[in-house]
Design a protein. Structure first.
Length: 96
């Protein structure tokens, strides 16, 4: 795990991060991935709290506090919207 990663809930309003890792049971991970929350994805905290609202690929997604603990991000300082976030993008399964 990256030493710079923190739970999503540690991002301040307007702060962006790159999803580094998802933790939890397979059913929880599957649900988060259905929302588009995957390692390598840029995410921005829109409104912290419980529930919180994050920006993800041009959409806003509302998450409960228990979901936030499963999402580890690497904070991005000064990244412009649409700018790539992670040094390496990790994919699950499949090729190509």
């Amino acid at each position: 795990m990256n030493t710079n990663s923190v739970p999503l809930q540690h991002l301040a309003a307007g702060q962006a991060g790159c999803i580094c890792r998802l933790l939890g049971q397979p059913d929880v991970l599957h649900r988060l991935e259905e929302f588009g929350l995957r390692p390598g994805t840029r995410i921005e905290m829109f409104r912290p709290g419980n529930p919180c609202i994050v920006r993800l690929g041009g959409c806003k997604v509302c998450l409960r506090a228990d979901d936030l603990l499963h999402i580890l991000v690497e904070p991005i300082d000064g990244a412009a919207p649409g700018q790539g976030c992670c040094r390496r993008r990790r994919w699950r399964g499949g090729t190509g």
